[in-house]
Ligand binder design. Structure first.
Ligand code: ADP
Length: 260
């Protein structure tokens, strides 16, 4: 069902120690959206994702996933996650691209022992989606940062998630491949109907691709469609974040971790 809420956070607050890191967050992610989540370093973006993935428990507030309170939610295959550090395999790591993608099926089949032809086909199909099937038998560590990141997206896609969460996925993707990377995300969203939530510092690029923007600094300061966000001038943005917008737009994306 289009537009259906798949993540709903109400008055969610969380602290690691004494200080609130996430405070009174209200956020609904609806099916079919492509959301860019932006905010200064240390503003709680990754923690918000941890909360959504059930890796941390809110001190206050409630989270529902696909209409179920998170504590009763078990269908984790529905949610794919690609982390920021995914693309840091060094060249010595002894796994092929196909093996890395098949590992994404472990939560579905419960063990490494029972990979069969069907699982291989599924993994190859995911590699096809990210245009990396030609590299199936390459060693993961030999690929560039951008190629590795595509492989990790394939690993997340192999269990057919309907929501894909990406935490700064363009870190380590060299600048000339970033546009292609966003095109891939756009296709997943528009053609396969996958809902996307992407944490990024790259505000300029995300507003070219996302349908919605969420700006947070402990709490959500803005959540709306991208066109609305684009209307803001620098002064509005400074007010919005309670920070100089420079802190947001300093771009540490595109550092080449493992250039080809
Ligand atoms: P962002 O993703 O926006 O950079 P984070 O969610 O990573 O922000 O961090 C928010 C705040 O929580 C930061 O001040 C960070 O230092 C702190 N923090 C993150 N992880 C931990 C942890 N495991 N223990 C204590 N503090 C943490």
């Amino acid at each position: 069902m289009s537009n259906h809420p798949i993540v709903k956070m109400e008055q969610v607050s969380f602290k690691y120690e004494r200080e609130w890191v996430v405070k009174d967050v209200n956020l609904t992610i609806r099916q079919g959206q492509f959301l860019g989540l932006v905010g200064p370093n240390g503003s709680g973006k990754s923690t918000l994702i941890k909360l959504m993935l059930g890796l941390a428990k809110p001190d206050r507030g409630s989270i529902t996933l696909y209409d179920r309170p998170i504590k009763n939610f078990s269908n984790w295959q529905e949610i794919g996650f690609v982390s920021q550090k995914a693309n840091s395999f060094n060249s010595g790591f002894p796994a092929t691209v196909l093996e890395v993608v098949k590992a994404g099926l472990v939560s579905r089949i419960g063990t490494f022992k029972f990979f069969n032809k069907k699982h291989k086909d599924k993994a190859m199909q995911a590699l096809h989606t990210v245009e990396m099937e030609d590299y199936a038998h390459s060693n993961i560590g030999e690929l560039s940062g951008g190629q590795q990141q595509r492989v990790f997206i394939a690993r997340a896609l192999v269990s057919d998630p309907s929501l894909l969460i990406l935490d700064e996925p363009t870190v380590g993707v060299d600048a000339k491949h970033v546009t292609e990377f966003y095109d891939l995300l756009g296709r997943l969203n528009k053609e396969q109907g996958i809902t996307l939530l992407m944490v990024t510092h790259d505000i300029g690029t995300i507003t070219e691709h996302a349908t919605h923007v969420v700006c947070m600094n402990k709490t959500v300061h803005f959540h709306g469609n991208t066109e609305e966000y684009k209307e803001f001038n620098d002064e509005d943005l400074n007010r919005l974040y309670g920070h100089s917008v420079q802190q947001l737009t300093h771009n540490h994306d595109h550092d080449e971790v493992n250039p080809s």
